[in-house]
Design a protein around this ligand. Structure first.
Ligand code: SF4
Length: 297
């Protein structure tokens, strides 16, 4: 895990000067303010959220103030941000917090996710930003970064469960809120659909660095992949299994330095030839799947 996390070395240093960029990122933030900001950010860009957030917080500074306000007043205050259903849901969430949680925004992601208008992403974001819970907040941007950095693939090529596992292992335990926010900033500013790898603070550890901006690399067919180098990947898999024994696809990826889809392809070929034994998850190309040398191989 330490080796994997090291792929994101440089992320928090890069984020440090951005830490104060928005009012909801203040140190020791009020969990209610974090909840309001996250609901606003669901469908609105951060720059537009700033003035709306500040006037909303001035009008409804506490859970109780929001819970006690008529829905029409909340909607009036929300106007301009659009997607008004969020305002209605937030007002209901405030009432549920006042009624069921003693006016305290809950810290448990499961309890958060049961509030109106709070999905799994917003729940994880609030739990980590407001309470420092070590949970990853995975949105489209974060999924894209993790797929590229840890798997050497685009997000559509990595099963969602694998990205989640990667995120759970990689999340920084000392400052998970900053880690989640840093990834979001990175996805918005650098690792976009068209990545700017030259300006990227984690390029050194990223398996996709430079690949996606290189038209020649993009044009290369993926299937059947890499006949020229498949032998090398197969050789590396056998070597690592012989040296370290039974291990996961993730570990093979880490130890050989080859990307996950190449490892999966080599494992499938070696398994078909009876050289290795792989469990169904490994044959499926999933990173938690396990592989070992065949007894008779
Ligand atoms: S090096 Fe490129 S692909 Fe990798 S995280 Fe940075 S911007 Fe994204």
């Amino acid at each position: 895990v330490a080796g994997e996390v090291a792929r994101l070395d440089g992320l928090l240093d890069w984020y440090a000067p951005r830490r104060g960029a928005y009012p909801w990122r203040r140190p020791n933030p009020d969990p209610y303010a974090v909840l309001v900001s996250e609901v606003m950010l669901q469908q609105t860009q951060a720059a537009r959220v700033v003035p709306a957030f500040e006037s909303f917080m001035a009008r409804f500074p506490t859970v109780e103030a929001l819970a006690g306000a008529p829905a029409a007043a909340v909607l009036r205050q929300w106007s301009g941000l659009g997607y008004n259903r969020r305002a209605v849901a937030l007002s209901r969430a405030a009432r549920a917090i006042a009624r069921n949680h003693g006016g305290q925004v809950p810290r448990d992601p499961g309890a958060l996710a049961s509030l109106p208008g709070v999905g799994p992403y917003t729940a994880s974001a609030v739990a980590s930003f407001a309470y420092g819970s070590g949970v990853p907040a995975i949105d489209t941007n974060v999924r894209r970064i993790l797929a590229r950095v840890f798997h050497g693939l685009e997000p559509a090529e990595v099963p969602a469960g694998d990205v989640r596992l990667t995120a759970e292992e990689a999340v920084d335990r000392t400052d998970p809120g900053a880690w989640n926010q840093a990834l979001m900033d990175l996805g918005r500013e650098v690792c976009r659909a068209r990545p700017r790898c030259q300006a990227c603070p984690v390029a050194k550890g990223c398996w996709s660095a430079g690949m996606l901006s290189d038209p020649a690399a993009r044009a290369r067919p993926r299937q059947p992949p890499f006949e020229g180098s498949l032998r090398q990947v197969r050789g590396a898999v056998i070597r690592e299994l012989a040296a370290a024994g039974d291990q996961s696809v993730r570990s093979l990826v880490r130890r050989t330095g080859h990307v996950a889809d190449r490892i999966a392809f080599a494992v499938a070929a070696l398994s078909a030839e009876g050289m290795v034994e792989a469990d169904p998850a490994a044959l499926d190309g999933r990173v938690e799947g396990r592989v070992r040398l065949a007894e008779s191989g």
